[in-house]
Write a new protein. Structure first.
Length: 141
């Protein structure tokens, strides 16, 4: 019986040792290749400056900084299966959404645009409109 107890103890020690060696050789989730965290300035010399451009930089999210002069629009577009949010930093404007009422906003503000929605953003103020858009894949319901 003493041999069986010693054999179990030895097996337990070997198993623990092997588990430790194999786990040290395996990359941790945070070390796996893929999107990496970062920070960047919102300085933008043009009218539309990408911040996030999707994979491999992100897991699917895109983002950008937009600066619109008074009276200007970004133009009618859709983000397809993606949803979009706007974080209004400066100025005032409207989110024009096909078949819906205009969504007026003034900074600081937030606007949401559902997937498969044709839309436009216009600057209705006297000053430059600045906002950050975030486009991400819509989750399944």
């Amino acid at each position: 019986m003493k041999w069986i107890a010693t054999k179990r103890g030895l097996f337990s020690r070997i198993s623990s040792c092997c588990l430790l060696v194999f786990s040290l050789g395996s990359p941790l989730v945070s070390q796996a290749p893929g999107p990496k965290p970062f920070a960047r300035s919102l300085e933008c010399p043009g009218g539309d400056c990408p911040l996030l451009q999707g994979a491999p930089q992100t897991a699917g999210m895109r983002s950008g900084f937009v600066r619109l002069k008074p009276g200007a629009t970004v133009g009618w577009h859709t983000t397809g299966q993606n949803e979009e949010s706007l974080v209004i930093l400066r100025g005032q404007g409207e989110a024009l959404i096909d078949g819906q009422e205009r969504q007026s906003f003034a900074a600081p503000a937030f606007a949401y645009i559902p997937p498969n929605t044709r839309h436009n953003v216009s600057n209705t103020g006297k000053d430059t409109l600045e906002y950050v858009y975030v486009v991400a894949p819509a989750g399944k319901r």
